[in-house]
Design a protein around this ligand. Structure first.
Ligand code: GLU
Length: 507
């Protein structure tokens, strides 16, 4: 049955979406799905000066890659639209005016130059209960004069009038009771001179009009909570305020402060889900997708940044998360980002994924490395053999390409010093043996190889590595007889012969 739970992610399209934002999306989404509720994506683009072209599309691309779909949004539509705040401009003024009428807000006519002057003279100048009497606003200017100024079209903003000496409380779903002194809060602008609301007014009005029941957002928004609580109260909105949860920060790997967008470059790991090109500088930052994460690994890693289910379990699919997620188990403290651990999650998901699921992403990395000569069936077989060895998708290039292409270079460090004519003859005999025998089973092949070695007075261990170098080029890859079996009889013989020529000089 559909419930009344309605949550929202409300990004401002001011740049690429950082993984902290994606984790907020994820927790909202999990909570909504778990409660058969709705997940709403609302674009908060009221600050036109910070608007970045492409940022909104980017959010949708990220959601798409993560397999998260908003139930209501600028694209999906819904009964409470429009879902882009700039298209709701006409809605907000009446609420701001209502606050002025009821004495909870006022018109302020100070120009930016005047305010700048104040800032020059007074260190940490704030427009608040201590300074508002000295400034140009409708609290100080006679009523009629203020009315005239507005009628004449004098630029003005509307500011909230924060009360003196009040304690403002709310219960956060993660932090419990949180309280603020009103004396620490300044008279924030609610409606700007261009008629656009600020974030504070728009977020309250829209959470109300869109019937949002729970609002989960980053911890950095906690200081805004008292303003939103007062606005909700002063506007006498008839429904309950949404229940808030302020999510702990994702911290830098050393735990020193919030993981920032710049940290990606500094520490050499991605901080965006998919690649982001900054339109101003043209600078491209690779995302988790580009470095070879599966969305499952990425989502799993994000969910564990600040949450666990109370057991030792670390691997969760989206379905498991929807079932197990609980707000109560979100930690209060920040979560240190650990890239090695992030990669571990991906490795686990590569291991757990079927060859069918991995086929397209692996095909893409191989094609990218200019390897095209394989059928889907061949590649699927190879994926099954090597996936245990891959942490990131590009690892498939090294681990899989030799199945489709004979090595043209050999890592001979272990072959060169011990190569002799005895070994040389052994491989000639082995290749000959292969050409005459059945070649369908790697266990059988291994047996023949070992028998021949014993027959020729060689230790299997001494010829096993050279065989690998001949087939693979290096000291890696799955079981060598599985490789031979996969590449087939003819190719195995060819590779042995080719390598024998190259090793001739070490005899
Ligand atoms: N527009 C705010 C942001 O960019 C939304 C904060 C909130 O969820 O209240 O994150």
């Amino acid at each position: 049955m559909e419930s009344t739970v309605r949550v929202r992610f409300a990004p401002s399209p001011t740049g690429g979406l950082h993984i902290g934002g994606v984790r907020t999306i994820l927790f909202n989404y999990l909570f909504a799905k778990q409660n058969n509720g709705k997940f709403i994506l609302r674009i908060e683009d009221t600050d036109q000066t910070r608007f970045v072209k492409g940022a909104e599309d980017y959010i949708y691309s990220c959601l798409n890659w993560c397999g998260i779909k908003a139930d209501e949004s600028t694209r999906a539509g819904g009964d409470y639209g429009p879902y882009r705040q700039s298209e709701r401009k006409s809605i907000y003024r009446q609420y701001a005016e209502q606050l002025v009428k009821s004495g909870y807000a006022y018109y302020a006519f100070d120009t930016s130059d005047e305010l700048e002057c104040k800032r020059q003279v007074t260190e940490n100048f704030r427009y608040d209960q201590n300074t508002r009497q000295t400034l140009r606003n409708s609290l100080n200017i006679p009523h009629e004069a203020a009315g005239n100024l507005i009628r004449e079209g004098a630029p003005h903003v509307i500011r909230i009038k924060i009360p003196k000496d009040e304690q403002i409380h709310f219960t956060d779903m993660i932090r419990g009771d949180v309280s603020f002194s009103s004396n620490d809060v300044d008279d924030k602008v609610l409606l700007k001179a261009d008629g656009m609301p600020t974030y504070h007014l728009a977020v309250v009005v829209d959470d109300y009009l869109m019937k949002i029941t729970h609002a989960f957002r980053g911890e950095e928004w906690l200081p805004s909570a008292p303003i939103h609580i007062l606005l909700w109260k002063y506007l006498c909105l008839e429904s309950e305020m949404p229940q808030w949860a302020h999510l702990p920060l994702i911290l830098k790997p050393n735990g020193n402060g919030k993981l920032s967008k710049r940290d990606g470059e500094k520490f050499g790991f991605p901080v965006y889900p998919i690649n982001w090109v900054d339109p101003a500088s043209g600078k491209k930052s690779d995302g988790f997708l580009d470095v070879g994460f599966l969305p499952e690994g990425f989502i799993n890693m994000l969910a564990m940044l600040g949450w666990n289910d109370g057991t030792e379990q670390e691997i969760f699919s989206m379905g498991d998360l929807i079932e197990k997620f609980s707000m109560q188990r979100i930690h209060k403290g920040g979560a240190k980002f650990d890239y090695e651990k992030a990669k571990w999650f991906n490795q686990e998901w590569i291991k757990r994924s079927s060859a069918k699921h991995l086929l397209n992403p692996v095909k893409a990395v191989l094609n990218n490395a200019d390897i095209h000569e394989f059928s889907d069936e061949q590649l699927s077989g190879v994926i099954e053999l090597v996936k245990e060895r891959c942490v990131l998708l590009p690892d498939f290039v090294e681990q899989a390409s030799f199945f489709f292409k004979a090595p043209d270079k050999y890592d001979t460090s272990a072959v060169k010093p011990k190569w002799d004519s005895k070994k040389h003859s052994f491989f000639i005999a082995f290749a000959d043996n292969l050409s005459k025998n059945d070649f369908s089973d790697s266990a059988n092949l291994e047996m023949k190889f070992k028998d021949l070695a014993t027959e020729q007075g060689l230790k299997t261990g001494d010829v096993m590595l050279p065989l690998r170098i001949m087939l693979v080029g290096g000291k890696f890859g799955p079981q060598v007889f599985d490789i031979a079996n996969k590449i087939g009889k003819e190719e195995t013989i060819n590779r042995i012969n080719k390598a024998l020529k190259a090793f001739e000089k070490y005899k």
